[in-house]
Design a protein around this ligand. Structure first.
Ligand code: IZC
Ligand code: ZN
Length: 418
């Protein structure tokens, strides 16, 4: 048998083994290190992983042999919570933020999410596409090979569809794979301020069925927060969406402890995201249900808020993932590597735990565990060659891009050697 490509001379190949469920407790700190490794790739998938030069049986005249130059190789990073597609930016609110005006207060004044809703409505599909593509290019350069992308800057059907269409088009045209989430319940439009039910009816009766019919989104998400959607409203929306065949996510307990973690566990959501203010009872319920806690330390950093209690979650057996939360308000940065560094510095996770959180557990948080998240035979050949001797170095040397090369589906898509 011969293969399309061999990547040889890998100094350290670092990956987890997928055991069929997300990593918890001590497993979160476990990784496999193979020194002086090679990887064989065929049809965009890993077909063999071995040591030294024992790949000759896989080589014929058409096999490409790439040299990893003794560097570190890890699975492609997965950014499993982003608000990728949006119009405009919010630096006009930056001074308010520096002066200490809270995020939710800016939203109440008609800014924040509602300001991005205006810019997204007025942007053309092409403008949104070009802007999101630039962000996706940056993410790929940083080693991210799969991205979850939420709508939620329309708050009416046409603009929600416009955003989701852009994300679906990017999925087709861009090397990065996208996973699509409908977040119509992201904020209450001003005109429904006193009539939440009226807006929720539109989400549930008009938007969700249409978006399902068009096949534009796999997940449904709700921003469950004081002053946004209550626990009862979130439960109502998510139960309806589940009945329509969506998988579920919640923006849970980001600012106020409302019981979002408990609700995510109760509804068997795939993930509960943020959790900076989650209760211990909520964490225990997440652990019992294997609901992924998707932590977003870049947001804590940017909002100058407490970090989620990742140590407690890991101790209690909650599977933890970590993402950028890239959005124009609470985390205007596409840099997942920086979020990983904050995973160590802010969330007090170990480098091994962080690596699992952005690879295998992130894959579980978007239901892609069978395809990505580890370097194992049969999975998609998504990998990053890093200019680093070990993963501790990746997290410790912060604020720079460690990527040397990125392979997506077995294709070289970023090459910093050039
Ligand atoms: O645009 O502010 N938290 N939604 C919930 C966001 C942040 C995005 C935004
Ligand atoms: Zn978010």
């Amino acid at each position: 048998m011969s293969v399309d490509m061999i990547i040889k001379n890998i100094g350290k190949l670092i990956t987890s083994k997928d055991t069929g469920r997300p990593k918890t407790k001590k497993e979160m700190n476990q990784i496999e290190i193979t020194k002086n490794a090679y990887i064989a790739i065929e049809n965009g998938r890993f077909i063999e992983i071995g040591e030294g030069n024992n790949y000759n049986h896989l080589v014929n005249e058409s096999t490409k042999i790439e040299d990893a130059q003794g560097l570190l190789v890890v699975p492609g990073f997965i950014d499993s919570h982003t608000h990728l597609v949006h119009g405009g930016s919010r630096e006009n609110e930056f001074l308010k933020k520096i002066e200490g005006i809270p995020y939710i207060e800016i939203l109440k004044q008609g800014g924040g999410i509602l300001s991005t809703v205006k810019s997204t409505k007025t942007a053309s599909e092409d403008e949104l596409y070009y802007k999101a593509k630039q962000s996706l290019d940056k993410m790929l350069e940083l080693g991210v090979t799969t991205v979850e992308s939420k709508s939620g800057y329309g708050l009416e059907l046409d603009t929600e569809i416009k955003q989701l269409k852009v994300a679906n088009k990017l999925d087709k045209n861009h090397p990065v794979d996208l996973v699509h989430t409908f977040l119509g319940a992201h904020a209450i439009p001003i005109e429904y301020k006193e009539n939440h039910k009226g807006f929720i009816d539109i989400i549930v009766n008009d938007m969700m069925p249409k978006i399902k019919e068009l096949g534009l989104a796999e997940f449904c998400d709700v921003f469950c927060e004081e002053g946004v959607f209550s626990i009862e409203e979130t439960e109502y929306i998510l139960k309806k969406s589940k009945a329509m065949g969506y998988k579920l996510k919640i923006h849970a307990d980001e600012i106020v402890s409302l019981g979002g973690a408990e609700l995510a566990a109760k509804l068997k959501c795939t993930s509960a995201d943020h959790l900076m203010a989650a209760s211990e009872a909520g964490m225990k319920m997440l652990a019992e249900n294997y609901t992924i806690a998707n932590l977003l330390p870049g947001t804590s950093f940017n909002l100058n808020k407490d970090y989620a209690n990742a140590r407690k979650m890991i101790e209690l057996g909650v599977p933890v993932a970590l993402s950028s939360d890239y959005n124009p308000g609470s985390c205007p940065s596409e840099n997942l590597q920086f979020a990983m560094q904050l995973g160590c510095l802010g969330l007090k996770m170990t480098p091994n735990e962080v690596l699992n959180a952005v690879t295998i557990n992130a894959a579980y948080s978007i239901d892609r565990q069978d395809e990505i998240g580890t370097i194992e035979v049969g999975k998609k050949a998504d990998l990053v060659i890093c200019n680093a001797p070990n993963i501790e170095y990746l997290m410790y040397h912060f604020g720079i891009n460690h990527v040397n090369k990125v392979y997506k589906n077995g294709k070289l898509v970023v090459d910093k050697n050039l």
